[in-house]
Design a binder for this molecule. Structure first.
Ligand code: UD1
Ligand code: UDP
Length: 381
């Protein structure tokens, strides 16, 4: 029997971190030829992940430009994907999550009548402008996809409520598979400042912030709250690997440059980021991926957004929504930094997002779909 040609398409840092273990799992299956096509919606931040996970793409569309718009990303992905699909002739295309690459990859697959598997399916906020444009990307991909790999039962329920009843699997999130390969107690950082941080004697706060819906006043509020937290808490070292978006870079530097206990550093390799998270005291972030990773490592998270499509860890008590108002963020951080009981109540490891077996389940589900294996069992938290 001929091998199934399964083409994974991704372009940004988080997609790459979450798809890398899956591309490898697929390659390890006898019945599958695993093809990797990157759009390079992110260039440096994608290449960093490819290097950490030692992955060489079969096709690289190299679309990134500085300050790119949603339209140019989508248009370039679509035209680039035409050639990749014509040449590789995949039996199925896998896309991940909710970026512009995800949407354009799925739409392009549809134009070529290639079935689509959606990894990380079923996340919802039910507000089309928040996260923007991700909530709409997810919904559009739901309409196109044939197989839905839901990280959690809650995500599956979201799709059922929308009338999607076929092709659903609860797999866990592949990010937990990735995390299990990177975190090590003896890890040595290549970013030297991270080896020298006083993890034992001071509170290391790990910060990231990049979301488009936070551009403008919300991001100014967040950065100014971070400055206030660093200024008023002498026992804190704030580490912020700043996203390469020019908007984010400018806002971070405007508010946080020149403070002794604030470290604005370049984006970290995924292995460095995961090990820093494992050692830090508290995470403040608007990232989706960090909301999934930090609970698995027992680190409390304050989410710098008004809503989240990841309610599981909020329900488990390790993640709290801090919003985007300066006073709220300062107050919530202050409580966690000064009240040991409040901190301990949030600092326990939970794994609502996966057990490290998501890639195995997804590969099994794909083989089952093509009549070549058993249906996988669902992930249960
Ligand atoms: C994108 C995704 C977002 C995801 C985020 C992860 C969309 C619309 N948004 O947002 O869902 O959460 O990635 O980080 O798909 N840049 C570089 N080098 C890089 C990466 C980015 O210079 O390696 C700069 C470029 O100027 C680029 C800008 O950042 O134009 C913005 O990148 P873009 O992919 O458009 O948006 P993100 O905010 O990264
Ligand atoms: N990450 C990283 N280096 C950094 C910041 C984040 O490797 O400097 C990782 C992080 O651990 C997570 C992913 O990138 O796995 C999240 O990406 P991001 O926050 O850019 O996007 P989101 O998850 O919000 O879509």
């Amino acid at each position: 029997m001929e091998k199934l040609r399964i083409m994974s398409v991704f372009g940004t840092r988080p997609e790459a971190i979450k798809m890398a273990p899956l591309v490898k799992e697929l390659a390890a299956r006898r019945d599958i030829e695993s093809i990797c096509c990157v759009t390079a919606q992110h260039r440096q931040m994608l290449d960093s992940v490819l290097e950490v996970f030692r992955l060489t793409p079969d096709r690289d569309l190299d679309i990134m430009t500085p300050s790119q718009t949603l339209s140019t990303i989508t248009a370039k992905c679509l035209t680039g994907m035409d050639g990749a699909i014509d040449e590789m002739k995949p039996d199925m295309i896998l896309v991940h999550g909710d970026t512009s690459t995800t949407f354009a990859g799925a739409l392009s697959a549809f134009y070529h009548k290639v079935p689509v598997g959606h990894v990380e399916a079923g996340l919802r906020t039910y507000d089309k402008y928040s996260p923007y444009p991700e909530e709409m990307n997810r919904k559009l991909v739901t309409a196109i996809a044939d197989l839905y790999f839901c990280p959690t039962e809650n995500n599956r329920q979201n799709l059922l409520r929308e009338g999607v009843t076929e092709g659903l699997f609860v797999t866990g999130n592949t990010v937990i598979d990735a995390l299990q390969t990177t975190v090590r107690p003896d890890f040595v950082f290549t970013t030297d400042i991270l080896n020298r941080l006083p993890y034992g004697s001071k509170k290391v706060l790990l910060v990231t912030c990049h979301r488009r819906e936070n551009y403008g006043q919300p991001m100014e509020n967040i950065m100014s709250a971070l400055a206030e937290i660093a200024r008023t808490h002498g026992d804190v070292e704030l580490v912020y690997p700043v996203h390469l978006s020019p908007v984010v870079q400018a806002c971070a530097r405007r508010n946080l440059d020149g403070m002794d206990n604030v470290h604005l550093i370049d984006p970290l390799g995924a292995d460095e980021m995961h090990n820093l998270m494992a050692r830090c005291h508290l995470v403040l972030t608007d990232s989706g991926g960090l909301q999934e990773e930090a609970p698995a490592l027992g680190k409390p998270v304050l989410v710098l957004r008004r809503e989240t499509e990841r309610p599981e860890a909020v329900e488990a008590g390790t993640v709290k929504l801090a919003g985007v108002e300066r006073g709220d963020i300062v107050d919530m951080a202050h409580t966690l930094l000064t009240d040991p009981a409040a901190y301990q109540a949030m600092a326990h490891a939970v794994n609502p997002y996966g057990d490290g077996q998501a890639c195995r389940r997804i590969a099994d589900a794909i083989l089952w779909h093509f009549g070549r294996g058993e249906k996988p069992e669902d992930f249960r938290a």
